[in-house]
Design a protein around this ligand. Sequence first.
Ligand code: HEM
Length: 439
Amino acid sequence: MLGSLLELYTDPRLFFEKLQRNYGDIVRFKMANFDSIAIFDPELIGEVFVSKHQDYVKNRVFWDNVKEVFGNGLLTNEGQPWKKQRKLASPSFRPKSVATYIDSMITLSNAEVATWSDGSKIDVHEKMMGLTANIISKIIFNTTTGDKGKLLLDTITELEHLIPLRLKRLHPIIHRLPLRTNRRYKHLIETLESEIMAFIHDAQESDSDYPTLLSNLMNAKYEDGSTMGEKQLRDEVMTVFLAGHDTTAITLSATFYLLSQHPDIETQMVTEIQQVLSDGPLSAEHIERLVFTKKVIKESMRLMPAIWAVGREAICDTQLGPYKITKGTTIYISTYLMQRLSKYFDNPEQFNPARWTDEFTANLPKHVYSPFGGGPRICIGEHLSMLEAMIILVNVYKTVTLTYEDSEPPEYFAGPVLTPKNGMPMRVSKRDIATTRAR
Ligand code: HEM
């Protein structure tokens, strides 16, 4: 009756690894009563993401469970309504628009690092969650989360822990029973919604002409000249707020950990940062010169992609490579596993940013490395998050070095995103800008 449901949700990364190792690049399995297929072949992934994307929607077995959170925002919307929204929102995420947020990202990340005292032990994951929430809030509303920050983050964290529990339920009717977890889930969504709506209303009443993401979305016009209604605006803002911070926070805390385990790589990165910043504080113009630093983030996202798997559901009978796929089949693509296959990466478990030479990148088959997904539904925030991650990484390492002191590596929980189970406690050592660490 359960098929592979429990195994999948107990340790999904291990589950997909076992499937690929034992059965190859395309594997059929049952998840409760859902026909499911896992694919590990970049050409097949390309068919699902790109060439036959119209035969699929987001996997309802997951997304139906979180519809109350995201409503009909970009992550969950489908078909023509999704296309219309994506077209409307896209200009706000283009490099030129995103560049207007660089100063805020720099100021907020500098202010955060300034609060870290020399010798203290801090949970850098929690700090990154707070910082990225502040940054996305500034970008959307032109205000930081302020006193509401902790409430928002606690609510989101609890929601993320409740979602896997809901996914294990055999029938959606269980979501409607008067269970404690259902009442709590509803309460958390209401809390989040009322806070986000208060931000929207404050921003709507503000007479500032600072171009926020909210004002861009509010002023954007559909082809017939109309603008987005309030409910759609709520769904888009909620989606961008949620999708737009924890993924970047996860990337950063994983990068801090990986760097702490590879002092030679950290030194190489810090040297680059010092050379590039020798002419003054970080500004937009420095970013494209930080070539190695960018590779550090890229490699960290290879080993620890925040979205560790994506899913689709066939909405018609279709063909995948030589195989017939029946309507209703769920397709799983594990980015986490694809990005660790020895077929494509030498020493795949090794953190090695230097592997990302131009030649290596050009020869890597498309869709092997896809931390932001692929095809028309590729992450709309890719450019924004890369820029933000670069800025934060630079502002942290130009000032401090972080040491992971626990003897065991951090444990991760593969919920909707890959989250460090017990945070990421690290020791702060202030760095003199002119000296790299000698260890
Ligand atoms: C390191 C950071 C990030 C990672 C790893 C990431 C990853 C992803 C992935 C894998 C998808 C595709 C999901 C699928 O196809 O099922 C996606 C979609 C999306 N992401 Fe991101 N994301 C990141 C940051 C952001 C940011 C900063 C924002 C917004 C500010 C954002 C907003 C979205 C939205 C709205 C979608 C849905 C796009 C659509 O379907 O049209 N993401 N993201």
